[in-house]
Design a protein around this ligand. Structure first.
Ligand SMILES: [Zn+2]
Length: 294
């Protein structure tokens, strides 16, 4: 039996230059229309600087019953934000979303799944700021950000924060985050269905997408922070995204992530010490946030 997935959306503005037209509000509304058509409540993680410019996005998502979460004060990976700037910026960003939505913001998702050993200082800060959970880790080697060796089921950081790691499927030699983003667009749909059937019962499955992935009218741009190859990948197969998501939404879905967290038996979760990232597996050379050449 296929395990149902929670639906999540990362709302961000990836324009390489502010001189280009801002398409994120238009595309976010289109995705929210898809959710409304399907009658699905999602977890909508919003970058605060976008919310500040377009508060109507947060207000609409909240009014339609979606959970509002934080996707960073800006769309900058945690190792780049740095330890000294993180707490204040994140506190302000969370307050903004709470004010705009009129609801608590218990969930945090790091930009680009960038909670990695070199940014593990963020874990106790997120706890201190009042977040209940994070869905910020990719527990496998990754060309961008990954933390191999972490549990693939919900776990508790030693600070008390609950982590819902990005779901993975094993295909020969590789563990892929098959339920979201590029992988959802590019992989054959049977890979998704296979992953949902093979998932362990204690996993919390969630899909993720971004408004720009539905944007077939946006010209190709190189995004300097991810490079030419990843920029090309981000642009590929956007024409498939809407049909893929529509199909997924037509199947049974699970509640927003905050409700999955509330249903967990916290005492039964594995505990990971954020200060001792010794859980790294044999692929640890990938683990510090960037693929290393050594
Ligand atoms: Zn993002």
């Amino acid at each position: 039996m296929a395990h149902p997935v929670s639906v999540t959306l990362d709302v961000e503005d990836l324009r390489p230059s502010p001189d280009l037209p801002e398409r994120a509000p238009l595309m976010t509304n289109r995705v929210l229309d898809l959710f409304a058509d399907a009658g699905v409540r999602a977890s909508v993680y919003v970058v605060a600087d976008l919310a500040e410019r377009h508060p109507e996005i947060v207000r609409r998502a909240a009014a339609e019953g979606h959970e509002i979460g934080l996707h960073g004060h800006e769309h900058v990976p945690l190792p780049v934000v740095g330890e000294s700037a993180f707490a204040d910026a994140t506190r302000c960003a969370r307050s903004l979303l709470q004010d705009l939505s009129g609801q608590p913001v218990p969930g945090y998702r790091a930009p680009m799944m960038s909670l990695v050993p070199s940014s593990s200082w963020a874990v106790p800060m997120l706890s201190d700021l009042g977040f209940a959970y994070s869905s910020s880790t990719l527990p496998a080697p990754s060309p961008l950000y990954g933390w191999p060796g972490l549990p693939r089921r919900p776990f508790r950081w030693s600070s008390g924060l609950i982590e819902l790691p990005c779901p993975l499927v094993r295909v020969p030699m590789l563990d892929l985050p098959y339920l979201g983003g590029t992988y959802l667009r590019v992989l054959p749909d049977f890979v998704r269905r296979h992953g949902q059937r093979r998932a362990a019962s204690e996993e919390v499955l969630w899909t993720y997408s971004h408004p720009w992935e539905f944007d077939t009218d946006e010209p190709y741009h190189v995004h300097e922070h991810i490079g030419a190859v990843a920029s090309r990948v981000a642009w590929l197969r956007r024409g498939r995204m809407e049909s893929r998501v529509r199909r997924l939404l037509s199947e049974p879905t699970a509640a927003p992530l905050v409700e999955r967290v509330e249903a967990l038996v916290v005492g039964s979760l594995p505990v990971v010490d954020y200060a001792q990232p010794s859980v790294l597996g044999r692929a640890a050379r990938f683990a510090n946030g960037r693929l290393r050449s050594d």
